[in-house]
Structures are given as C-alpha cells and as structure tokens.
Design a protein around this ligand. Structure first.
Ligand code: GSH
Length: 218
C-alpha cells in the first residue's frame, strides 16, 4: 500500500522536510489533506494516530510515524538504496552527520524560531514587533552562523562533503527568513552563503516550492 503523508497546508516546517525527503528518495506517496482550519488534526480519529494532534505524520501501510525528523530518518533508512544517501552507514561518517543534525535541532532551529516568533507570527496575529527582542534573536542566530562558517570552510555540506539529513533538516524553517525579508542566511560569511544558495537551488526543493505537496498517487 502506498505511503500516506499528512502534511501542513503550506510547504514549511516539519512537513517541508518530510516532503523533501520523499522527493529526494523518489518515494511515491498519497497526499492526505488535513484541513487544519477545520481542526481535523484534533479529531479523535487523527489523535488516535498522533497523540499530540499535529502534522506532519505518515502512515506506511498501517505503521504510523510522527515528528518530522524521525520520519525523515525512517525514510532515509527504508529507502537507503534509492536517491542520495542521507544517512551514511560508516561509523564515523554517520557520527558526523548525526552531530550536524543535532546541531540543527539544538542550535539552528531554536534560533530561527525565536526570530520567526517576533518577525513572522506576531505580525500575523496583528501584534507589533518588539525590535529589541528581534535584534537580540538575529544576533543569536548570527553568532551560530559564525560557527557554521568555520564548519563549512572545511567541507561542502554540514556533515561532510555529501548532502545529508543534517542539511535537509535546515529546510524546515531556514527558508522562512528570506520569505519574510530577512537575508541573514546569505549575508554572513562566504561559506554559509555558498552552502545556503546551494540548498535553496536544489532541484527537488525548487520543484517542491513551485508545485506544493503533490502526492504521486491521489
Ligand atoms: N516537532 C514537530 C512539530 C510539529 C508542529 O509543530 N506542527 C504544527 C504545524 S507546522 C502543528 O501541527 N500545529 C498545530 C498544533 O500544534 O495544534 C515536528 O517536527 O513534527
């Protein structure tokens, strides 16, 4: 049975990285529309599968997985023999990719979310931006990216010379910054700029942004 993918309405957040992992691995899937406006993710039927009542979620022939990064790992392992190797099997190569993926979740993700809370979510709710809070959040991300600059001066991608799950996880919220006029990802050092431009022009990502979630089976 074809894999069922329950994403958010827009290509962003955890749903974006799951969709990208599916595209990279050329996995056919059925796009299950979750009407979040109608709170379909809070129905007893949905919450029986995902107890936090969130998206994304996958149903792989009755096997349910939620939490976007866990789903991406599952896809990377299950479809190891197709598409790019997102999780290398060599002990040291794998450790370096996991190290970079942990940096994304523990460092990059909270810093970007702090910016988004101020610059994106507040205006969306009609609340004024607190410039001092936003400046501090940008400063925080900027300091993290200074470290990224050092790492990326040594290899092409974050976990080594190959594109991996660690890079892929950055598509969750990183692109949101430019969408809202913050060009921080391409105004830091040359290596961060090179890396980010390469990520943003990756064909699977460009196609996903253009077409949205387009299940291959519907
Ligand atoms: N850590 C989770 C976060 C999931 C999440 O926050 N999903 C949001 C949409 S992007 C959601 O379902 N929000 C509705 C809610 O929490 O009620 C993941 O990466 O899968």
């Amino acid at each position: 049975m074809v894999l069922k993918f329950y994403p958010s309405t827009f290509v962003r957040g955890g749903s974006a990285i799951v969709a990208l992992a599916l595209a990279e691995k050329q996995v056919p899937y059925e796009h299950v529309l979750v009407k979040m406006d109608a709170k379909e993710h809070k129905t007893p039927e949905y919450m029986a599968k995902h107890p936090f009542g969130q998206v994304p979620m996958i149903d792989d022939d009755g096997f349910i997985v939620y939490e976007s990064r866990a789903i991406c790992r599952y896809i990377a392992e299950k479809y190891r023999d197709q598409g790019p190797d997102l999780l290398p099997t060599g002990l040291k190569e794998r450790a370096l990719v996991e190290q970079a993926a942990a940096v994304e979740y523990a460092t990059f993700h909270p810093a970007v979310i702090a910016i988004a809370k101020e610059a994106v979510y507040k205006p969306r709710r009609g609340l004024p931006i607190d410039q001092a809070v936003l400046d501090e959040a940008v400063k925080e991300l900027s300091a993290k990216l200074d470290v990224y600059e050092v790492i990326l001066s040594k290899h092409r991608f974050l976990g080594g010379d190959e594109f991996s799950l660690a890079d892929l996880c950055h598509y969750a919220y990183g692109p949101l910054l430019a969408d809202y006029g913050l060009d921080i990802m391409t105004s830091k050092g040359p290596n961060v700029t090179r890396w980010w431009k390469e990520l943003m022009s990756r064909p699977t990502w460009v196609k996903l942004k253009e077409e949205g979630y387009k299940g291959t089976v519907n």
